[in-house]
Design a protein around this ligand. Sequence first.
Ligand code: FES
Ligand SMILES: [Fe+2]
Length: 452
Amino acid sequence: MDAKVFDYKKGWQNIPDPEGVDRKNEYKDFGTKRVSPERYISHDFMNSEWENLWTKTWLMACSSSDIRNVGDYFNFRIGKESIVVIRSSAGKVSAFYNVCPHRGNKLLYEDFGFVKDIGCRFHGWKFNLDGTNQSVTDSETFRDEVLCYDLDLSSVKVEEECGFVWVTMHEDPMPVREYLGEVAEHLDLYDVGNMNVIRHVHSEWAANWKTGLEAFYETYHLSFIHPQTQGMMEDYFVQMDTWDNGMNRMIVPFIEPSKRQEGHNLINEATNIMLADVGIDPNTFEGSPAEAKKAIQQKKREFSESYNLGYEKYSDAQLTDSFVYGIFPNIQIGCHPEGVFVHKFMPHPTNPEIFTYDTSINYRTVDNPNYHVPGWFGLPEGTDTSGQVRPDIVRYGLGVKPDLGEVLEQDSELIPFVQEGVRSRGFRGPLWSEQEIRLRHFHHEMDKYINQ
Ligand code: FES
Ligand SMILES: [Fe+2]
């Protein structure tokens, strides 16, 4: 590995002759300044984020599959708000603040569910699925001057795109598709609308939501915090792309032992596991890791033929590597043909030094007994992959180790220490390498919303 060949304006193009979805976007310079540590600790900054960021951008509320049928709803909690998204008629989604216009009672308490109409538990007012008022209990006891106020639920702008439901508290937003830009076309390839959530975990960590997000936005820390990944993935030669509106991507090569490692040209245990996972006998396979990767890609194309999976639309890299998209402000999506991993970094309602790591797996259910979930998905034993039942959200409180597999447990242990250090008077602000360009890009976008 020769670091001297690194040209930051070119970055790494780990895929030979990238074109189509693999194409590397043109380099943009986001400067070299360092941001104030206040961003990660101050209540003022947190309040400013609420006023200028969270209430102004598009936010991913849930997956479309979470509200497939008319009457299905999802309760999206963001900061101090709760917003209900609901399938109000075939093909239409409505969204409103989860609050009764009578005296403010919260209407729906569960994470998700099904309702025929929306009733308030306090005095029994009723609302249609689109949020319009259906009935006022004892309406004859209200004077006309009171009843002539708006009796409907307060609506929130909502759109469905790329298999997800998006909401915004902004009064006059650009369409989601325009906001996502090129990333929307990339996400479309995965047909997330036809996937199902098979696992959903909330875990509370003692750090600012950006401290959390940033640890997921780079692979620079992998060889130190997650050395066990080195046999399986490249962490240095990682293609980074940035687009407008804070959208970005990294393409992390899988089945490529890290070039930091001695013997990275040799097949190792991780390669063997990946070979076996697609039904290639590692004991008889002869070749380099690069050849193993090719063989796995080939095997997946054969699966596609047998199970009618339509993988023709994917590049070879998409079949094996992790295409990880950052969607401003707080989403990261790891995309694979078999399923996508959604990571959300949710701010605490009042404490800038706590966030919720919200992670879910949208899985493409294939109705064939010979097809199986890739082993590296790391699903707990007994996970229902039929897509028939939307699993409950599993919650882990502050300081409780989440059952999310070794890598995420390592992150959950580390990140509170990063937060502690950032809080120190001795910390003068982050110094980002070009491997961390997505962090710089993120804050560059943040500056457009909050300039302090
Ligand atoms: S607060 Fe909802 S009906 Fe009274
Ligand atoms: Fe990590």
